[in-house]
Each structure stands twice: as structure tokens, then as C-alpha cells.
Design a protein around this ligand. Structure first.
Ligand code: ZN
Length: 472
């Protein structure tokens, strides 16, 4: 089948005309030229896809990042190594590179241990737990306290002072109903981020939080605690879902259960770090920037392969594909590997502040931070007009597996750029397996599929190049 007939099969005539309008700025009536222009981009998109799938370079980069730098907890020596390493990788690929210094938190994990303290029959049983990021340590040799289970903040409130000196156990299951698992994440994660202060308000001694994952297994999933500065800080840990179920069973019918908890984590003074930037300068409008990015920091239980090593290497690979195919974008395409997403996205905020100070013009920003899974859709933020215009690019993405283009787009790190009119967008990968690994020891290279990972880079490259040529 010829490329042309394949395209015609995929793209409706309406989409082609709309696309022609967008890509060539010709009147709709000039459809032969419009189709010709579309053909040019379709050919480039195909070259990008084939080149990416044949090389699988994104996976090679991810192997290097996860093995040589390892887990990149904000403020750690490994995160500092990752800054240097990714800068060198971009330099070796021929990009202009620099670091944008920022200050970041430096929280360190220590000993962590929890067990059921049985009184009848006597004995103990270990619980699989992990400290939540920024958690304070338990006092001295650890604490032992009765556990009280809740499934909502309302339940906690009703208990009032009955939680005093107890370990509050937030056991809310992540909702399995939504197809997009991210839409269930916020509800589950609120207990992780806000639970400690809510429980401390009524005098609790510590909190255990059911891990935010849809699977029942033995791997605790960490994440950040947001302490209310007005309330005393209490230790906070996530418990693996299988052990959360076991603990809940033990508590059934009001049984008294004591748990021993020991956390040695602590917060050290802030340290200098950096966002890592690389770019190829535009040939005609270098002052207009198309940003692609991910966040370089990760949690420390695995190696942050999906979250967000995948996004970082996809952004680098997207620009490598463009460059190595000899394409010369008219506008600047810039890679930003943001630091410190996991402890509050300060890298993204600092980057946007600096961009405002430098009066840089970011036309569009794409962030990959939903794992290196198979891209299924593409989201476009901004106005309806922008959406309608870019929706017409759908036929360019379909041969690389994109099934839909819908309104909506964003990301924790690129979000602050929206205030200055940057259009946020990005591909949406299959979310079914993401929370199996997210923030846990399972987030390692083996859980990433090279072709799925590469296709994300391909989609980013096609969109970034199209935007660099045509603007918005
Ligand atoms: Zn992330």
C-alpha cells in the first residue's frame, strides 16, 4: 500500500483540509497544495517513527540513567550525578546545554520497621512499610501504639480525641472503576499527603497509610507528606496493600491491635541542585521555544525508571531523532529535565520564574510524566481555537499509535508556564499498569518496554517538530 493511500484511509478529507490550513496557511480551497504539505509532514513523521523503533535509543539512555545514577531522590548524591550525566548525554548528542541552579530539600531515609505486636497469642509479625517523603522520625527506639482504622477524613473527625496517642491507619482502597487510573489517584493520595496532619490535629502518635496502587501485593508505595506548619509533625509511613488488608482483618470487630513503628528518616538542610536544559536553536525564530521535558528526580525505592526516567529520556530522544534525521527546526526545541518534582515541583516553578525574568517566549510545553507505557492519546490545552487547529494534526500521530486527540494537557513541572500563555500538551500513555510500580521498589528498568518507551519519544518528536515549523 502506498503512503498516500494509507494516509487517505486514516485521515478524513475534512481533517486533511483542516490540516492543510494549519500547516500551510493556505485557503481551504487550495487543497492540492495543502495535501502536498501534509504529505511532507507525514513522510517526516514516518521517518521519525521508523528511526526511533529501529534504534530504541530511549531505552539505552534509560538503562544508563537508572544504572549509573540510580534512584535520584531530590538532594541526594545520585540526583547530583544524574544532573551531570544527563547534561553530558545532551552535550554528546550535540545540543546546547546548561544548568539552571535551584535549592532543594534534602530528606534522607533511615531504618524503617513495623510489626504487629500480638498479645494473644504472644509474638510479632513484620509489616511491609516505608516512610513517606519528608516524614519525621519516630522518637528514639521507635513507638508502640494501638491502631485505629479509618477510610475517610470524616470518619477520622467523628473519632475526635479517641485517636489520641494512637496510630491512625488510613485504609482507603484506590478506586478500580475509572479506565484512566490517574483519575482515582488523587482521592487515594490525599491520605498520604494530608493524613499525618489531620491525625496529629487530634493528637495521634503516627499514621500508616494504605499504598496508592490497585494491586494487592507486598510493595509499599511512598510519596510526599504535606505537613500543616501549624500542627505538630508525626511520623508517617505507607503500608503495602497485602499487609493493609491483613491489618484490617486483625482489627475487625473492634479487636485491639498494637503496632510497633520505627522510622529513622530525617530532613537535612537544603542543598544546591539544578534543572538540566538542552536545546537545538531554531533557524528562523530562535526566540520562540517549544519545550519537551520530564522530571529528573525520583523516589528511592526503585530506580525511578517510569517515574520519571522515562519522561526524561523521551524528551532527550525526541530531540535526538529530529537532529539525527537532519531536520532543522525553525523554532527552538528545548529539553528541560526538571529537578524536585516529587518534593513539591519547585524546579518547575523556578524554571517558569526564570523564563519570565528572561522574557522568554514558550509557545508550547509537553511533559511526559505518566510512565513509559504505550501512548494512546494526545491532550491539548489552551483555547478552543488552538485545540481545533492542532486537532487537525491527528492523522500525523495515528500511524504511531495515537487513537485520539482531546482537549486538556499539563504536567506538574510545566504547569507554571501556562500563566504566560504557553499551551500545555502531551501524549497520554496507557495507565493500567502505572500505579503497580509508581513510587515503589517495582519502578525499575525491567518494568519498561523499549518499544512502548520509544513510541512516546516518537510522538513527542513529531509534535515538537510540527510546532517548531508551524507555530501555534
Ligand atoms: Zn513523576
Amino acid at each position: 500500500m502506498s503512503k498516500r493511500s494509507r494516509l487517505n484511509r486514516r485521515a478524513s478529507p475534512g481533517a486533511l483540509i483542516l490540516l492543510g490550513l494549519c500547516l500551510t496557511r493556505l485557503p481551504a480551497a487550495a487543497s492540492p497544495q495543502a495535501v502536498l504539505s501534509f504529505q511532507k509532514y507525514a513522510d517526516i513523521a514516518e521517518r521519525i517513527r521508523i528511526s526511533g523503533l529501529e534504534s530504541e535509543t530511549a531505552f539505552q539512555m534509560l538503562r544508563e540513567l537508572t544504572t549509573k545514577a540510580g534512584p535520584r531522590l531530590t538532594g541526594s548524591a545520585a540526583a547530583a550525578r544524574a544532573v551531570e550525566m544527563t547534561r553530558m548525554m545532551m552535550k554528546d548528542m550535540g545540543f546546547e546545554t546548561w544548568l539552571e541552579p535551584i535549592m532543594v530539600q534534602h530528606w534522607v531515609r533511615g531504618v524503617e520497621e513495623a510489626r504487629l505486636v500480638d498479645t494473644d497469642p504472644p509474638g510479632t509479625s513484620a509489616l511491609k512499610i516505608t516512610a513517606l517523603g519528608r516524614s519525621v522520625p519516630t522518637p528514639g527506639p521507635g513507638l508502640t501504639a494501638p491502631v485505629i482504622e479509618v477510610r475517610s477524613f470524616e470518619e477520622l473527625q467523628k473519632l475526635g480525641l479517641r485517636v489520641k496517642d494512637k496510630i491512625v491507619f488510613f485504609n482507603k482502597r484506590m478506586n478500580p472503576a475509572p479506565m484512566d487510573t490517574f483519575s482515582a489517584y488523587g482521592e487515594a493520595a490525599q491520605f498520604r499527603s494530608l493524613g499525618a496532619s489531620e491525625a496529629a490535629r487530634a493528637g495521634a502518635a503516627a499514621v500508616l497509610v494504605r499504598s496508592a496502587t490497585l494491586r494487592t501485593d507486598d510493595f509499599p508505595h511512598t510519596g510526599m507528606v504535606q505537613y500543616d506548619p501549624q500542627i505538630p509533625k508525626i511520623p508517617a509511613a505507607a503500608v503495602a496493600t497485602a499487609d493493609a488488608d491483613r491489618l484490617s482483618d486483625r482489627l475487625r470487630n473492634g479487636a485491639a491491635v498494637n503496632v510497633f513503628l520505627r522510622l529513622g528518616c530525617r530532613e537535612l538542610p537544603p542543598v544546591p541542585s539544578a534543572n538540566v536544559v538542552g536545546q537545538i536553536r531554531g533557524t528562523e525564530r530562535p526566540e520562540e521555544i517549544i519545550l519537551v521535558g520530564g522530571h529528573l528526580d525520583s523516589w528511592d525505592l526503585g530506580t525511578g525508571a517510569h517515574d520519571d526516567g522515562a519522561g526524561c529520556v523521551q524528551a532527550m530522544e525526541a530531540v535526538r531523532l529530529i537532529k539525527d534525521l537532519g531536520l532543522r527546526p525553525k523554532r527552538t526545541i528545548r529539553i528541560v529535565l526538571f529537578m524536585n518534582e516529587e518534593f513539591g515541583s519547585s524546579g518547575g516553578r523556578d524554571y517558569a520564574d526564570a523564563a519570565r525574568r528572561k522574557t522568554e517566549r514558550h509557545l508550547a510545553a509537553m511533559e511526559s510524566d505518566r510512565g513509559g507505557f504505550l501512548p494512546l492519546g494526545f491532550g491539548i490545552g489552551g483555547s478552543r481555537e488552538t485545540f481545533d487547529k492542532l486537532k487537525a494534526w491527528e492523522p500525523l500521530l495515528q500511524p504511531s499509535g495515537i487513537l485520539w486527540v482531546r482537549p486538556g494537557g499539563g504536567g506538574g513541572d510545566i504547569g507554571p508556564l501556562a500563566r504566560t500563555g504557553t499551551v500545555l500538551m502531551g501524549f497520554v500513555p496507557d495507565s493500567q499498569k502505572y500505579f503497580d510500580v509508581h513510587h515503589s521498589a517495582l519502578d525499575v528498568l525491567d518494568s519498561v518496554h523499549p518499544r512502548e518507551l520509544e513510541l512516546g519519544a516518537v510522538i513527542m518528536a513529531i509534535m515538537a517538530y510540527g510546532l517548531a515549523q508551524e507555530g501555534i
